[in-house]
Write a protein that binds this ligand. Structure first.
Ligand code: AMP
Length: 257
């Protein structure tokens, strides 16, 4: 399963991504997390991204595209992934399409969390207050004035992706303002409607063809001579019946009858 979670800051992408990770056993690829790790590590990418992120602006496309291209090649992403915070611009989406088709991969769905801009500030204020109460580190870009820039960046540069993916037929819009359980249900409903290959979770794999043939042969096999007619008749009513039949046979035999 390969998904994109699309939505403005504070739409709940992270929360939903974590749940989908558990549900489908796939990895969450958050470009925001990767960039923050790069900043913390002081890597060349981090040094390039640091000030841009602090201002709430978007890091150049080539930087994030290179990070994602590298990340989707990691073994843990083979089973599938959720892109959280990527793509954020049309050129990023085009680069992603090219990247996936070069790898012979396909996106299964793009889930848009629709949220009214007016509640985003409130949500982030709650997130900041909760993080502070836990004694956790605050994100420097969660400050109200920076948040305004981030929301504006979403409106101008990322929102056009809604049409981009709608035209591809991949878009699944969900009301992100509903209570979390309802959002979860709506996402699950949207994913359940996907073609089988995409929505399949951990179903038991079919046995290999050779094994299937072998078991078909066993099923076709005529009963051995030792199996009396009574036992064959009991087969349809379950294994217990059948084994009772067999033990009757043994008893009868041992009695020499
Ligand atoms: P996020 O954690 O997704 O809110 O991202 C935090 C910050 O990282 C954003 O405000 C951007 O500065 C940067 N960022 C994350 N993902 C991208 C992306 N796909 N394109 C450009 N900048 C990004």
């Amino acid at each position: 399963m390969r998904l994109i979670l699309l939505g403005p800051p504070g739409a709940g992408k992270g929360t939903q991504a974590q749940r989908l990770v558990k549900k489908y056993g796939i990895v969450q690829l958050s470009t925001g997390d990767m960039l923050r790790a790069a900043v913390a590590a002081g890597s060349p990418i981090g040094l390039r991204a640091k000030d841009i992120m602090a201002r709430g602006e978007l890091v150049p496309d080539d930087v994030v595209v290179a990070i994602v291209a590298d990340r989707v090649d990691q073994p843990d992403a083979r089973k599938g992934f959720i892109l959280d915070g990527f793509p954020r611009t049309v050129p990023q989406a085009v680069a992603l399409d090219r990247m996936l088709s070069a790898k012979g991969l396909k996106l299964d769905a793009v889930i848009e969390l629709k949220v009214d801009a007016t509640i985003l500030h409130k949500r982030i204020a709650t997130r900041v207050a909760e993080a502070a109460a836990r004694g956790g580190a605050l994100r420097p870009d969660d400050k109200p004035e920076i948040l305004r820039t981030r929301i504006e960046a979403y409106r101008e540069q990322t929102a056009p992706l809604v049409d981009y993916y709608r035209l591809q037929g991949a878009l699944k819009a969900v009301d992100g303002m509903a209570p979390i359980a309802e959002v979860e249900g709506a996402i699950d409903g949207a994913l359940a409607g996907l073609p089988k290959r995409a929505a399949r979770k951990k179903t038991a794999p079919k046995p290999p063809v050779a094994k299937r043939k072998a078991s078909a042969k066993v099923a076709d096999k005529k009963p051995t001579r030792r199996r009396p007619a009574r036992v064959s008749a009991a087969r349809g009513s379950g294994r217990k019946e059948a084994s009772r039949g067999r033990s009757t046979l043994r008893t009868t035999k041992s009695r020499g009858g």
